[in-house]
Design a protein. Sequence first.
Length: 152
Amino acid sequence: MDKDFCHSEFFEKRPLYPGVIEALKRFHQLGYKQFTLSATFNVEAKKKLLNKLLKDVNDFLTIECVQHGQFMHDTAKEESLKACFEKYALNPDETVLVDDRIYNQYAAIHVGAHPIRYRCPFTTDLPDELKWIPEVHNMQELEELLQNGTLK
């Protein structure tokens, strides 16, 4: 994805992964603090889109958007995560980061959070050094993983 994608028609029409809203509501009922941190080339447009997509949960879900650098992977995601931990008084060791992008898995590790890979049809295999990260393919698998408490 690049600037062209972020300004395309698909950017506005892409859906959430199936079952996300319902899972977020159940996590909220279980007492999880939740936030989403999204890097983008247009912070205002992305925040507007996320508020629209997540309207049913934005009373408890905090939405943070940060500016990409020239390329998506050069965003200082680690610094953004650290800033959110401080802003919302979160302990990284008690934080789970669920993401489909490999570079965000590295960011989670570097800040001391527990990474979980959301695996979908357009993602590639994790590199060998990250094969230990649990992968889930849907929200039910994520909920089961969190309920089992088997994170490293």
